[in-house]
Design a protein around this ligand. Sequence first.
Ligand code: PMP
Length: 360
Amino acid sequence: MKEIGEIYNFCAGPAVMPVPVMENVQKELRNHGGSGMSVMEISHRSEAFKGILADAKSRLKALLNVPDDYAVLFLQGGASLQFPMVPMNLGKGAYVITGRWAQKAYEAAALQKKGVAIDGSADKDFGYIPRIDPASIPKDADYLHICDNNTLYGTRYFEPPETGGVPLVSDMSSCILSRPCDVRKYGLIYAGAQKNIGPAGLCVVIIRKDLLERPVDESVPLMLRYRTYYEFDSMYNTPPTFSVYVAGLVFAWLQDLGGLAVMEEINKEKAKLLYSAIADSALYINNVPPRDRSIMNVPFRLRNRALEPKFLEEAEKEGLMNLKGHWSIGGIRASIYNAMPMEGVKKLVNFMQKFERENL
Ligand code: PMP
C-alpha cells in the first residue's frame, strides 16, 4: 500500500502528472466553475466546454509560439493513429528509422505504398541519431518524417534536420513542451498526450495551414482528414473532453512556471544529474553520444545484467517506481518528463549510488 507523495513514478507513459494540476482536478472534479457538474458531465457543445477547448488551444499556442499560419488540432487515437493519417493526408513520405515508433510510422505509410525509409540507426541498436543529408531525400517525397525523441532508446534530435524545403513531420510524443521549439521548422508536429500533456486519449496536431489544402483521396473517411478537424475546430464529433480539460491545466501550469525556456533549464538539470551519475559509476552504462541524449527518457544497463531484477526490486522498495526498460529492450529506463521533480531524480541517483556500493 503506497500513499500519495511516497513514490516517484518514472513510467514512460502514461506518466507522472504535475501535483498542482492533480490537486486542481481533484478540487474541481465534481463541480467545475461553480456549475454543480463535472467536466465529464457537460456537453461538448456547451459554452463551458467551448471555453475550455479555446483556453487549452490558446495556452498551447502561447507556450510554443505557434504562428498564425499553423492550426492546432485535438484528435483521438493516440500517436499511433497519426502513423497512417500523415500519409493519407500529406502524400508520400521519406522516413528516418530511429527506433520502434519511427519504424511503425514508416510501416503505416508503406502499407499505403507511400513510405520510403532513407536513413536510420538500426545498425547500432538505435543508439544514436543519424545526420541526414537533404540530398538523400527523394525528389518526389511530400514530407520527411522523424521521431524527435525516441522513448525506448533515449535518443533525441538535438536540432531538427535540414530538409531542403521538404515539409518536416515530427512525432514529438515524448518530448513536446520539454523545451522551446521553433514550430516554423516543421510542417506538422504530433504528440500523444500521455507523457507531457495529460491523460491518454488525446493527440495534439500542429499543422501548417497550406498542408491542409493537399488533395486527399476521396476514400479517406472524414474522421481521418486533418481538414475536418480544422473546419470543425476539433469538434466534428465529441472530443476527449476530460483529457482536453486536463491538458489545459497542464499548459497553465507550464505558463505559471515561466514557460518552456524555464522548463528546459529544469529538465537539463535533472538529465545532467542522472547522466553524470551514470558516467561516474563503474556499474551503470549508457552509450548514447552526448549530443543525441534525450532529456526525457534515460535508459541504462548494469554491467552485470544479472543484477537488474534486484536493482528494480530494491528501487521499488524505496518508492522508485516503473524503472523497468521497455519489454523489447530490457534494462532500466528512467523517464523524467516535465512533471518529474528534481527531488525524484536526486532520490534515484542516491539509490543508484547506494546500490552500486552494496553490489560492486
Ligand atoms: N510515438 C512515440 C515517440 C511514443 O513514445 C509512443 C508511445 N509510447 C507512441 C508514438 C505511440 O503512442 P500511442 O500509444 O499514443 O499511440
